[in-house]
Design a protein. Structure first.
Lengths: 206, 206, 206, 206
DNA sequence: TATGAATGAGGATTCATTCAT
DNA sequence: CATGAATGAATCCTCATTCAT
């Protein structure tokens, strides 16, 4: 996650401006969508002149990148405790713990998440998401490896792939589409689904 | 799937031109990506003047929409036989049948699928996908209802939602990202995952 | 001298537009100078929209390049007969002939010449001038070689360099600065100077 | 040469800052060329903030003008001794003396000369050069007047014009283009050319 | 119908300059 | 004096769209 800002803002004013730009960008992304999120609109929304933007970001892409990275970084930070806590727990509890943390983290950023997932081309998101997915993937892999006796099948990589993909989708769509499903049910279902992917007897695992 | 073309083309020539435009659009979308798919480029690629495009489509969006709808329609058509065939079969066999058909349908359109999924804002896709998802959702719902005795839980809607979401994601990402997973394994895993979502004892269900 | 226009204009209208753009560019170059010759200004001056410019020229540079090349090409064409005619003549007569033709050619394009020489960075001009200078240089070289017996010194390359440089400067500055010197005197002086560079006895050479 | 600085810097510190700005400007002009020589770049190169520049120069043009004037002034200073020394000498020796001094003066500033001559619009240079040319022109005029008996023709103004123009061009292009001509040969040739312009028998004049 | 020249608002970005601190 | 954030007009250029032919 490189620093995409043009210069390290040392003064409080600068940092505040960067924040203003980013939240303006987020708002514009939410309301106008990526293709119509022009730099001028972002500048106006941030209460800045077009030129000022470029004192803080080298180009338009850097703004979107930074917004995405912030979401990613915040998400990673938000679920970190649950990942640590999950370490010592049995798979079912661990899964549910991390899922709940992830869900709440995403819910707290629902607007931005929607702007990014639904309005920014997928390709841009993937790069930002890559690191989170790698992290989560690693954890999943280790949990599976630690319980290899109960696995349905030997190929841990394969199970990891499936779990990461489906979990991401279910979480994101649950938060964005808000289906008529109670949170508790959603968490229970998803936990069960994840465990079923990997383990012979998901009921016993918990 | 509304008719977005300006007028119903009655003559063969017109229909051929529409096709030329759409396949030109597809090619441009695949090679240049959505933001660089300008109408002029599409017109050139179709061997037409920029003005002529507007005899067939009211605006740029209509072209992309129609392309998306064609993909959707083709996909629906491609899996239709498997859906019919699956009707009389037990859940495991039915699931696998439809999955295999879906996978092959998507693989045959991989380039376009990639252009659409990864480069066109999600929001546009959702509309096009809506009908397919509704179809598939209906089938899933009925299968579950028909086997209600073996269900893990009573809420069929909930299970349907989960199944549709995760299936879509797994299929699309498998086709686009080409993970190092054999097709047979992918189909077996996904089938098992789907069944686990709904049924108490996925092994017995087949 | 490559065709820098975007597409070969087949219709009279197109060709007329190209001309309008070029003469507008020339006018703007004359009045505003190179750095202030914006594409929008040129378009306005040509009675066109900014976008139309780019139907005929790929970018701003191409316009200036084409203007320069036209001047160069016209100049080369204008002095071509004198170069041919000079071939069979003794050095003094040949020199004067070509000088007179060059002078008149430049005088007929005085405004454009001024815009280019005084307002466009030298570096851009040099490229355009290169071919003319090479042509003229070749002729000078051959004339000197053909009269090697009367040369002041053996190094024909050296004399050619001096002649080309000083002739260009004297012609251009005479036309642009319009010093209080009669044309006949200017031609006589310059002819004499050129001959003096190369020949032992410039008076006899004629 | 008007004082284009905003205020006469009385303090040593100010004078040093002016110098820093000018040499930064020179460096930027040499490396980036005129159009890319932005004030911000110059300020950075000078180790100043953009705002500070305007404490010393009213605008960008003033900086370039001052740089040009410094080149001019330095050049004038560098050839001044040779001009004095030449006063008492016969034309050939005088010419050669001044030519050699001029050549070396220009060679010692080759980079800046190139940036100015080839990248700054001619019109700006002419103003700066005007005074030097006037100086040199005066000297030439007086030398010719002092030797009027040997002149080829009566019009001293005319000869002066020709000499100044061609000398400037030959010197500048020799320094910048570095043709494959030995310095001694260049000086001999140019001296001879200059004398030929004015005198009936250039050989005898020396 | 087809053409393709023309449009013109809008895009990202630069930069000489100002001014509150 | 110095700073550097802020300005905003201006730059080149694109592109969906129109319309006279």
């Amino acid at each position: 996650m490189p620093d995409t800002r043009r210069r390290t803002p040392r003064q409080a004013r600068s940092r505040a401006t960067v924040k203003r730009i980013l939240s303006a960008g987020t708002r514009v992304l939410e309301t106008q969508g990526y293709p119509d999120a022009s730099t001028n609109r972002i500048a106006t929304e941030a209460g800045l002149s077009p030129g000022s933007l470029y004192q803080y970001f080298p180009d338009k892409e850097a703004i979107v990148t930074e917004i995405t990275h912030r979401l990613t970084r915040d998400f990673a930070a938000a679920i970190a405790p649950s990942l640590r806590q999950a370490a010592g727990q049995p798979p079912a509890a661990a899964t549910r713990l991390v899922l709940a943390a992830s869900l709440h983290a995403l819910q707290s950023q629902r607007d931005l998440l929607g702007a990014l997932v639904d309005r920014v081309p997928n390709i841009e998101q993937q790069q930002a998401l890559a690191s989170v997915r790698r992290n989560v993937g690693d954890v999943v892999y280790h949990v599976l490896a630690a319980n290899s006796a109960q696995l349905r099948q030997a190929d841990i990589e394969r199970a990891t792939w499936t779990i990461v993909e489906l979990t991401q989708q279910l979480l994101v769509r649950y938060v964005l589409d808000q289906p008529a499903i109670a949170e508790q049910d959603f968490l229970a279902d998803t936990t069960h689904t994840i465990l079923s992917v990997a383990f012979r007897d998901p009921q016993r695992i918990g």
